[in-house]
Design a protein around this ligand. Structure first.
Ligand code: PLP
Length: 381
């Protein structure tokens, strides 16, 4: 979809883009200033492999202050984006033939991280009516003696689902009992609209469960810093050390300027985060209302992140002038070619019938884009 959209854009076609996986805001000014200062001060060289000690200490302070989890800097690994954290965790933890559970719908990279470790992703379905939490009977039915871990992502890309504390606690207990590692992707932790976000590891410690959890977090979404490439993992020292060895051979260290700016992001004024959250919430309410007003479309209210994930299955097997729309790749392509609106087909996330709409765009675009989708749907036979 991105390739077709880029081609259309190069021809001067005006597109509305609901496919964006990053905030549409620029990085807040005080963080940019810190990045400039880093360069002026000469922070332009390699840093310690696991990350600058000052940054790892800032991460420990943040984890204690915001997530109520106490770590020391030896338990932190800074990476070039959380994507590298997740990839490295899978490489360090899983081997040929291991099975790793992934909740479906999933972020597209999860199965690939598992495949690249020569392990086997095992999908467990989740449903919007159950808050996109796993059904624990299904989970146990899919598990085997080869299961080594589970990757969870709450708040979720693509669904915006946020697991309840009860579900996380249940999962932690099952993981402990079966000796599974939980990789908890919490990159949207600050984008939660109702209620408080609780980190999986915080619940693990509060309820004394003793499961092994690798927490992966990012500065990308919280501080609109996707291009700075700064993410990090926190977990048991032995695992972090193994990940650090691997990462050291792959990329030496994370971007030094991004790490320096990251200290300011974590320690500095958090007003920018709350301002973004307020805007995202307004947009969420707006896009969900407009999507639910489309004929035969239902869109659950996402509780976090910046994605709406409506059900378009009513439009499967309908016809455009050119072809039969057999899956959401066809529907998204049809919407793009007829309405110049870019969306992301749910089939890629293991969710046939659904389409992902990112609301990291302003309300004017949201209104214009959804109206165009409506007109395109009305033309289907
Ligand atoms: N995890 C999820 C669910 C994501 O959606 C993304 C980015 O889109 C990432 C991890 C990676 O973020 P980054 O590598 O920018 O820190």
């Amino acid at each position: 979809m991105a390739t077709i959209a880029a081609e259309m854009k190069s021809k001067g076609i005006d597109l509305i883009n609901f496919s964006v996986g990053e905030p549409d805001f620029n990085t807040p000014e005080h963080i940019i200033k810190a990045g400039k200062l880093a360069m002026d001060k000469g922070y332009t060289k390699y840093t310690a492999g696991p990350g600058m000690i000052e940054f790892r200490e800032a991460i420990c302070d943040k984890l204690e202050r915001e997530n109520n989890i106490v770590y020391n800097s030896e338990s932190i690994l800074v990476s070039n984006g959380e994507k590298q954290s997740l990839y490295t965790a899978c490489q360090a933890l899983f081997d040929k033939g291991d099975e790793v559970i992934i909740c479906k719908p999933y972020w597209v990279s999860f199965p690939e991280f598992v495949h690249m470790a020569d392990a086997i992703p095992v999908m467990v379905k989740t449903k919007s009516k159950h808050n996109y939490e796993v059904d624990f009977h299904d989970l146990l039915n899919q598990a085997s003696s080869k299961t080594k871990g589970i990757i969870i992502n709450t708040p979720s890309n693509p669904t915006g689902g946020v697991w309840s504390d009860d579900a996380l606690i249940e999962l932690l207990k099952i993981a402990k009992m079966n000796n599974w590692v939980i990789i908890s992707d919490e990159c949207y932790e600050r984008l939660v609209y109702n209620g408080q976000f609780n980190s999986t590891e915080k619940l693990n410690r509060t309820y004394n469960i003793g499961a092994t959890v690798i927490t992966c977090m990012s500065l990308s979404k919280t501080y609109a810093m996707t291009g700075w490439r700064i993410g990090y993992s926190a977990g048991p020292q032995k695992i972090i050390k193994a990940m650090s060895k691997l990462q050291g051979q792959a990329t030496s260290c994370a971007n030094s300027i991004g790490q320096f700016a990251g200290i300011e992001a974590l320690n500095g004024d958090q007003k920018c985060v709350n301002e973004m959250l307020t805007l995202f919430k307004q947009r969420r309410d707006y896009i969900v209302k407009l999507l639910n007003e489309l004929p035969e479309i239902t869109c659950p209210v996402p509780q976090g992140a910046f994605y709406a994930f409506p059900d378009f299955s009513h439009y499967l097997n309908r016809r455009s002038e050119e072809k039969l729309l057999q899956d959401t790749f066809d529907i998204s392509e049809y919407i793009l070619s007829l309405a110049n609106v870019v969306t992301v087909p749910g089939d890629g996330f293991g969710a046939p019938g659904h389409i992902r709409f990112s609301y990291a765009t302003n309300k004017k675009n949201i209104k214009k884009g959804i109206m165009k989708v409506r007109r395109a749907l009305e033309k289907l036979i």
